[in-house]
Design a binder for this molecule. Structure first.
Ligand code: C2E
Ligand code: CA
Ligand code: CA
Ligand code: CA
Length: 273
């Protein structure tokens, strides 16, 4: 009995810790957005089969958080819960668009939370940022994570439609199974899927992953979608993907996320070819 009660107390204390931590992150993130010098956007290059740079994905960093660097997996989640994701998302988009213009990046991919997408004025805000920064809509791709379909609401649909009509492309991130591909492509207008790195990381091990990935690539092709493999870490993985017909690659093998200056040197190399 005592033991049980002790465990329960431990449990509630841990819960308190988690809540307190979330609360602190929320407070610090609010301040960071106001300060405008704590958050950063880095860029991970994306290449085609010939090795040409085709674009880069913007990833947000918070290296100087008061209690040490916080991973985006954590602070994006907190921002989504407390509503800060709207301001954070707008800041990321604007910062990334400016860098894309400055560096002459052919295509910029920016992650968008399902919460942003269901905001009524989201599409209009994206277009406003494009016109403010001078980035052509054709050079912007928005990446949506798989779970965005949990909210198939009016606003989400209208925003997606308006964005695509303006020339912005839509990628489905962290793509997992052929089942969901069919569902998404039926329900939404999608241009690209990104094969989740949990699959790419298990290629070539004879555990059935190769067959699943091949099926994703075949499905994508059959439906006229571009397919990017993400999390490519080894030459072997890239070879397997190439042999299956994959043509677009992102991952540590090809390039880690980097700041705007290093990105600029990559786009220079490209134009100097
Ligand atoms: P994601 O969109 O799937 O981004 C790819 C993640 O995989 C990045 O982690 C990147 O650094 C990592 N990665 C890339 N190549 C490799 C590889 O070869 N091996 C391994 N092990 N990892 C690789 P990161 O930057 O920590 O971001 C984590 C997640 O946080 C992102 O996953 C995305 O869902 C979210 N995120 C990051 N920035 C933003 C943002 O500005 N807005 C929103 N809504 N979400 C963001
Ligand atoms: Ca992404
Ligand atoms: Ca992803
Ligand atoms: Ca992910």
């Amino acid at each position: 009995k005592n033991d049980g009660r002790g465990r329960f107390r431990l449990f509630t204390e841990e819960m308190d810790d988690v809540l307190r931590q979330r609360h602190e992150i929320e407070r610090d993130l609010r301040a960071a957005l106001r300060a405008d010098d704590q958050l950063e956007v880095v860029f991970q290059p994306i290449y085609d089969a010939s090795g040409a740079l085709v674009g880069a994905e913007a990833l947000t960093r918070w290296p100087r958080a008061p209690h040490g660097a916080v991973s985006p997996d954590v602070f994006i989640g907190v921002a989504e819960e407390c509503g800060l994701i709207h301001a954070l998302g707008a800041w990321v988009l604007e910062t990334a668009c400016r860098a894309a213009v400055r560096t002459g990046l052919p295509k910029l991919a920016v992650n968008v939370s399902p919460i942003q997408l269901r905001g009524e004025g989201f599409a209009a805000e994206v277009l406003r940022i494009l016109s403010d920064t001078g980035l052509a809509p054709q050079r912007l791709e928005l990446e949506l994570t798989e779970h965005f379909h949990l909210d198939p609401g009016q606003n989400t649909r209208r925003n997606l439609h308006d964005l695509r009509m303006a020339g912005i492309s839509i990628a489905l991130d962290d793509f997992a199974t052929g089942q969901s591909l069919l569902q998404y492509v039926r329900d939404y207008e999608i241009d690209m899927i990104k094969i989740d790195r949990s699959f790419v990381g298990r290629l070539g091990q004879g555990d059935g992953t190769d067959e699943v990935v091949r099926a994703m690539l075949d499905l994508g092709r059959a439906m006229g979608l571009e397919v990017t493999a993400e999390g490519v870490e080894t030459a072997h993985q890239r070879e397997i993907l190439l042999s299956m017909g994959c043509r677009i690659f992102q991952g540590f093998l090809l390039g880690r996320p980097m700041d705007g200056n290093r990105l600029a040197s990559l786009t220079d190399d490209r134009s100097g070819q």
